[in-house]
Write a protein of this length. Structure first.
Length: 212
């Protein structure tokens, strides 16, 4: 799991670094691309904000805000175009009440609490030989695993929307499409790795609980 996660993170960063140096044929910034996508889909109320950090790009459905990192917000690269469009994909999912996104939003609070508390309960249960406490911890950790699995279709669908809408609106040229796909596919692998790691951890906890 650690090897898979490390490989996915490395692949994602390398793909971004490569295509962050390739100028988009349209010369538009990520913020401009995002604004055009939102406007073309009647999402004028969604605000676009610049946030700090490296690749901290995300869409906040509770506040209807699209937050882009500096390199994406002001970047005119193929990578910036792909990431900006991907985040717009989440806004489009929100607009359409995309079922996996709705499920993820609903599960998020429980998954966060479950992820934070599960390790304490599981380790305490195993150390103190309290089987019931261990199983409670495993149940809470299962919520975090479910959240990771639900995240997969959400992210894949957002990338699919991005790949389709960019050329349809003329926001990337033909030579940009492979780069956009490479960046988004590499990013998707990080979510696959995270989900696989969570599942393997759950299996490990189940094996430990059954052998105690």
């Amino acid at each position: 799991a650690l090897i898979l996660s490390g490989w996915a993170q490395t692949k994602g960063k390398r793909s971004y670094a490569k295509y962050a140096k390739v100028p988009s044929s349209t010369g538009l910034t990520g913020a401009e691309i995002a604004q055009r996508i939102l406007n073309s889909n009647g999402l004028n109320a969604v605000q676009i904000e610049r946030v700090g950090g490296f690749l901290g790009d995300h869409y906040d459905p509770s506040k209807r805000v699209l937050r882009l990192s500096p390199d994406v917000y002001a970047g005119r690269s193929v990578a910036a175009a792909g990431i900006a469009a991907h985040e717009c994909g989440h806004a489009l999912q929100h607009q359409a009440a995309y079922t996996p996104l709705v499920l993820r939003q609903t599960l998020a609070p429980a998954a966060i609490w479950g992820s934070n508390l599960s390790w304490i309960l599981i380790l305490a249960g195993l150390f103190l030989n309290l089987t019931g406490l261990t199983w409670v911890g495993i149940g809470l950790f299962s919520l975090a695993v479910l959240f990771s699995l639900i995240t997969l279709p959400v992210e894949f669908d957002a990338s699919k929307r991005a790949k389709a809408i960019l050329p349809s609106l003329g926001l990337v040229g033909p030579r940009d499409r492979d780069g956009v796909a490479a960046v988004l596919n590499a990013a998707a692998m990080t979510y696959v790795a995270a989900a696989a790691t969570a599942v393997l951890q759950l299996i490990y906890f189940l094996m430990r609980a059954n052998s105690s």
